[in-house]
Design a protein around this ligand. Structure first.
Ligand SMILES: *Cc1c(COP(=O)(O)O)cnc(C)c1O
Length: 217
């Protein structure tokens, strides 16, 4: 087993049933993704379209690609034909463009709405109070399939604050009647996925714990 494969085995042994592992492969080479693939992993997350495209071309077609980084509207067209789940949908404008491009090719596109619950200006996403309007807008978007919510916690070591973020996302799901198992709650990264699982995560997005520190940027 390679180091990457050992890391995946260790993480897998801690994931309860019902929590899906997304291997965040951004900034890591195709060879590293292939190693993870060879252990049976099929869900991979990337945050830049220009990095995702060559990886999609080079790697097996049964990989489920997750877009997890901020998505510019002018790049939507390039990923709509194959993307499995766009997790970082953060505006109605972006939803409209996804709808338009998906309709053009007759595809249904799965999305998560990214919600901003962190106490941090730099993070993107809908504010909680904006979500009802986004859900309303989805009614006019027949090519978009809403699969749940995604969020990132405040970048801090304060466990109480991280839990507050996750708890708030989970409470929003309840309030909007978007609850598991029909809907996903994508919370938890390398530093906080254990807390996220305790707070109801159904999808963890793990990069550096699997692949080590980034190889390139
Ligand atoms: C990079 C990234 C991750 C993974 O982060 P790690 O700390 O490497 O596990 C998860 N989610 C998003 C949105 C990311 O951009």
């Amino acid at each position: 087993m390679t180091a990457i494969q050992q890391h995946i085995a260790a993480i897998r042994s801690t994931l309860p049933e019902g929590v899906r592992l997304i291997c965040v492969s951004k900034f890591n080479p195709i060879s590293a993704i292939q190693e993870a693939y060879d252990t049976g992993e099929r869900d991979f997350g990337e945050s830049h379209v220009q990095e995702l495209l060559p990886k999609y071309e080079a790697l097996p077609k049964d990989i489920r690609w997750h877009m997890i980084g901020h998505l510019q509207t002018n790049k939507v067209k390039q990923i709509v034909p194959f993307v499995h789940l766009i997790q970082s949908v953060d505006s109605i404008r972006l939803m409209e463009v996804i709808q338009k491009e998906a309709a053009k090719i007759g595809r249904m596109v799965n999305i998560l709405l990214e919600v901003h619950v962190a106490h941090e200006e730099a993070k993107s996403g809908f504010l909680p109070e904006e979500l009802p309007e986004a859900l309303e807008a989805l009614k006019r978007m027949p090519n978009i399939h809403l699969k749940g919510l995604m969020t990132m916690a405040t970048n801090t070591e304060d466990e109480t604050e991280i839990r507050r973020c996750f708890h708030e996302a989970r409470a929003l799901m309840e309030a909007l009647q978007l609850t598991p198992p029909d809907y996903q709650l994508s919370i938890g990264m390398s530093s906080d996925y254990r807390l996220a699982i305790e707070e109801g995560s159904t999808m963890v997005r793990i990069g550096s714990t699997i692949f080590g520190e980034r190889h390139y940027q």
